[in-house]
Design a protein around this ligand. Structure first.
Ligand code: SER
Length: 593
């Protein structure tokens, strides 16, 4: 089965179960301060899992491109990836455990769908602890569907609970499905978490709690189902491969790396691992840069992740003896070609990706040799201090992982926590990938973030009124402390323009304008003059948020929400900084005081 067929089968199945197929979202989260990237299909749906009404209804399914950096150390094995696709279906307060599990099983084993072997299946359910009880219901449902009890493992929160990385917000027990990929004759009676032959293929999360900042799990107003199936893994399993890199989602990338290096995948463990890391990292970096809200390499936030991915790939390229220069762009081209039907944005933005890959490669080459020489000077030390790792980072552009990997090769250790302290001291590091994004989590952040989200709408309108209609939003990023807003405009704003924008917004706040939401088709929204650069994000119907009077409004935008009820909640709006973001794009940082 090809990846194209598998995606289609999944979506067709859920369509046949009255689900609406919604388009996937960007890799760069729109209004969520808790994560750098979209890490799961549920992520863009958080407001709806918390009770906002979704315009497409209560049963949804899609295929979502995701980036996860938490597994980066495991990339290089057969199943972990930085970029992956998640097939998912959701019930927003509609069906719950029984139907969810029944339908999952049907999709997996019915000959009309995946036709997998039920004898190779095992599942796990939540064992229960002080916060929430044993998931008896899920256990009984699996039993009633004929799963032998030895194949229904009861596991603790570490395994069978899902919420965003331990943060606050919607969460709950889950049931995970595993498939035996080893010899059927050797299949054990019971499921064993440690065996690499049991591959996790699907996760049904029963979101029935909201974790609050005080650690209390309160029942959610609406009980949801959130499922996630890793496309790469399932494709491998169906085709009988024990390595995801053998599927069509990686094959051409590997061929290209073989071409460039003159080495053969599978010739040695070292070669295989290097090729996997290169394919994974450069695909991921290409997708981040090639997103419609693309972000290039830099030393902060998402840009730092892109830099780390490209540079790490280059290092492994060296190990394989790739000596053309620049070469990384060749991998990006293959990815863009392979994914052109599913994610046309990568092909559309490939010029940008190629440029950025080239530039980063040249930059890194310049500093790498020097940095390696510096590193050699530390040869006699058992431990690389945080200060030394930081110098390598700052002066030679060595991401921490590279220093760690070089150290490992020489049996040296690196003082990682001191490195992070150094980093913190040198710049406001509240938001880097490694430091964890938002300590208090979504629920705490959400009130402040919602205000900033409304402020972003006011800002777009005010900028258009002051600077002209050419101003369109190019992206936004919100934390509980500030709003960052990118928009198309060539010149630096004058002080007078800044003052006018602030004044307009603060007047709107003083007038305490109401914020209302209406659902309509995209065409109706356009006819009403609504703005929205994410027009294709949702299904048929869209939500339109109006600030002010229905006709004489201050702002009208297509948007998923949520927003505050009236502008008077916002406080005083202040532009703290403006700068150039990229060519033709300005960036504003603003706060509500
Ligand atoms: N959110 C869950 C996961 O990522 C199910 O989609 O596993």
């Amino acid at each position: 089965m090809t990846s194209k067929q598998l995606r289609q089968k999944f979506l067709d199945f859920w369509k046949s179960k009255e689900h609406v197929i919604v388009p996937g979202a960007s890799l760069i989260p729109e209004n969520d301060p808790t994560v750098l990237f979209t890490t799961a299909g549920m992520h863009p749906l958080v407001p709806y899992l918390m009770g906002e009404k979704h315009p497409a209804g209560v049963r949804l399914a899609n295929c979502q491109k995701c980036i996860r950096t938490s597994d980066i150390d495991e990339v290089g094995d057969t199943t972990h990836h930085t970029f992956f696709e998640m097939l998912g279906n959701w019930s927003l307060g509609d069906y719950f455990k029984k139907q969810a599990i029944e339908m999952s099983l049907e999709f997996l084993i019915s000959p009309d769908w995946l036709g997998l072997d039920k004898n190779r299946l095992a599942v796990s359910v939540f064992a229960g602890d002080k916060d929430a009880p044993f998931d008896h219901e899920a256990y009984d449902i699996w039993k009633s569907l004929g799963l032998p009890e030895q194949r229904i493992a009861k596991l603790p929160k570490k395994n069978n609970w899902w919420g965003q990385a331990g943060l606050t917000g919607p969460c709950g027990p889950d049931t995970e499905m595993f498939y035996w990929v080893g010899d059927l004759k050797k299949i054990p009676d019971s499921f064993n978490d440690d065996s690499p032959f049991w591959v996790e293929i699907w996760n049904d999360v029963f979101m029935q709690y909201n974790k609050k900042a005080d650690g209390i799990y309160e029942p959610l107003r609406q009980k949801n189902v959130d499922t996630g199936m890793g496309l790469e893994r399932v494709l491998a399993v169906i085709n009988g491969f024990d390595d995801n890199y053998e599927t069509d989602l990686f094959k051409n990338l590997i061929f290209k790396i073989e071409d460039l290096s003159g080495k053969k995948y599978g010739d040695s463990q070292k070669i295989t691992k290097a090729m996997r890391i290169i394919a994974d990292h450069l695909k991921a970096a290409a997708f981040i840069i090639g997103d419609d809200k693309g972000i290039g390499p830099s030393n902060t936030d998402q840009g730092y992740v892109v830099r780390r991915l490209i540079r790490r790939a280059i290092r492994y390229g060296k190990q394989l003896g790739i000596n053309q220069s620049p070469w990384t762009k060749e991998i990006a081209k293959v990815a863009a070609h392979d994914y052109t039907d599913v994610y046309p944005e990568l092909q559309k933005n490939i010029g940008q990706v190629i440029e950025q890959f080239k530039e980063e490669e040249i930059k890194f080459a310049k500093t790498l040799e020097q940095g390696l020489r510096e590193f050699e000077k530390l040869n006699s030390q058992e431990k690389i201090t945080g200060q030394q790792a930081f110098n390598l980072y700052q002066t030679y552009g060595f991401p921490l992982e590279i220093t760690q990997e070089l150290a490992l090769e020489k049996n040296q250790t690196v003082d990682k926590s001191e490195f992070k302290n150094q980093l913190k001291q040198h710049r406001e590091l509240s938001r880097t990938a490694s430091a964890g994004m938002f300590k208090a989590g979504l629920a705490d952040a959400s009130q402040a973030a919602i205000k900033y989200h409304t402020a972003a709408h006011l800002l777009l309108s005010a900028l258009r009124k002051v600077l002209g209609d050419h101003v369109i939003q190019k992206g936004s990023n919100i934390t509980a402390e500030r709003l960052r807003f990118d928009f198309a405009h060539k010149e630096k704003m004058t002080d007078e323009e800044k003052r006018q924008v602030e004044n307009l917004i603060n007047q709107a706040i003083k007038q305490n304008l109401p914020i209302t939401c209406e659902e309509m088709t995209l065409n109706e929204a356009r006819a009403k003059g609504a703005h929205g650069i994410f027009e294709t994000k949702y299904g048929e119907k869209v939500k339109v948020y109006t600030i002010g009077d229905e006709k004489l409004y201050f702002s009208k935008e297509i948007c998923g929400g949520p927003h505050v009820k009236q502008t008077g909640d916002l406080g005083c709006f202040k532009i703290q900084k403006q700068e150039s973001s990229s060519s033709g794009v300005r960036r504003i940082k603003a706060v509500l005081e």
